[in-house]
Design a protein around this ligand. Sequence first.
Ligand SMILES: [Zn+2]
Length: 643
Amino acid sequence: MTKSLALGYWMSGMMAWTGFSEPLSVNGNASSQEDSQLADHLIVLKVDATEIGRKIIHSKSEIPVHPGMMTLYYPKWLPGEHGPNGPIDNVVNFHILANGQALRWRRDLVDPYLIHCNVPQDVKQLNVSFDYLIPVGDVNFSSGHSSSPQLGIINWNQVVYYPSGFNADHWTVKASLKLPANWQFGTALPIDNAGNPTEFKLVSLVTLIDSPVVAGEHYRRISLDQNSPTNEIDIVADTENALALGDDKIAQYRKLVSEAKALFGAAHYEHYHFLVALSDVIFHSGIEHHESSLNTIPEKAFTDEEIFVGEAELLPHEFVHSWNGKYRRPASLTTPNYQEPMIDDMLWIYEGLTEYLGSLLLTTRSGLSDAEHTRDFLAATAAAMNERSGRTWRSLQDTADDAARLYMAPDQWEDQRRSVDFYPEGVLLWLETDTVIRQQTHGVKSIDDFCHLFHGGPSGAPTVKTYNFDEVITTLNRVAPYDWEKFWLDRLNSLSAHAPLHGIEASGWRLVYNRKPNAFIASRNKAKKRIGTEFSLGLLMSEDGGVIDILKGSPADKAGMTPGMKVIGINSRVFNPDRLNEAIASSEGDTGHSIDLLVCVDDFYKTYSLDYHDGLRYPHLERIENSTDLLSKITEARASHSE
Ligand SMILES: [Zn+2]
């Protein structure tokens, strides 16, 4: 259905231009006859990133063509981002030459990612050139701020056009990359000829786009596992000091690799690269790939323990995706090229299970997080979902169905809108699944057995094995017979005001609030320059007093506050984060006073009185007396580590 819709759009734009009547080939497999006519499937791509420090990348490519009407695609739907985020607006100075002559082109009138042109007779190749300009500021994910004067990220989808008419893996690409002098780089892309430019081996367009590059003046490579399949970390940083990853941390990342192999029982890569960029100026995110992951985190993430607490789970999460997301992929997310829309309805397993396996299990089993920090992560996750007011109008399933929009939605009003909640709520639901498996099998089986069945199989080079909802349910039933279909449908479609906390309780713990700061929340707030008063006043703020969101039903909501305000005074004094925390702390039991905030809202000053008297309030987990501490058992290391 989506396919025929796309065809309709595409043709309408085409006809609008010059009235060409010839139907063109569209997305999907071409006939074998057509295939054989195209003698050359090779795209030569030369990327000049010598100016990446000033946020300009130059792209030149040679694309094999036949005479007649043709369409070039700029990648739109990006794997791992689950949305139509291809940064087309950053493409400038676009030119096509045919036999040295400028060729007229026109953009599709409906889909700006399509460029139409008419290839003259005797032309076998187009020379396409353009510049990719890196934006600065608050743009999300790989389309965002991705370079500094000291480092840069090359996402190949940003610097390549490819012809329509075939699956993306039909195209072979011979890529080369020129970097600033003295920069080094890391990538999963196999190297043919190291130098500047570096020539890469022939790969499919799919492998190319799945293999980003981190490059920089300050670079460190750390081998984690030299046995096949190999694992390494490639780090670039804004400063040399930021590369000083301690031996204890390196040992934990080595354990991460062996714990992952123990969890899944197989590996579907040959050489895995954790690509890491440490910078306070670039956009922070993690994007999974089959043989690598791109992790952009604060400059001091590896050298400041307080910051690391909030970042510890990122590399394990992205690593798990090599199995859950890349190897095993929902059929609805497995598209033939980068133009066909992806369907996000199964992200509660693609991302939700990854969050449970990576961010909780492997982060703890590897030692990257200790037991207390893990409980803080879980408590923060549970509390955030339990406070979400939007859960009474929109189900978790709906957050997945609408994920492409929600990823890009603003932080303002997130409490009522909900966000990509299948990540945090996925942790709660897959923890519950794990506890049910253990109960049903009297402790004999666990989620590890599901992973062996679902993600295991023979090890080897990257390949994709698709699945659907029924296979997930069938596999769960093979591990432990239970009404898994009802279990999942009930939880995915629930409109309960409360988060599903049964998994935490079945693992021997309960969610409580007390005055002790939650280390995971504190770390995240430090990195994002935020103040966490959402569980007391119901206010999520930036350190400068900007109100990011308010929780419905909270003291801030009842006082009439809204996102976008700026707090400038507190209890008759100039606002700062310490004074806010002091005011909250001294509110405990003091029913005689409110907390008064002077705010600037749009062009006006206003005062809001918050009726709050419960003091500082942060989420934690507390043991349920006389119960088994299953959580500690679940997060125990499994692999034998020889060091
Ligand atoms: Zn993920």
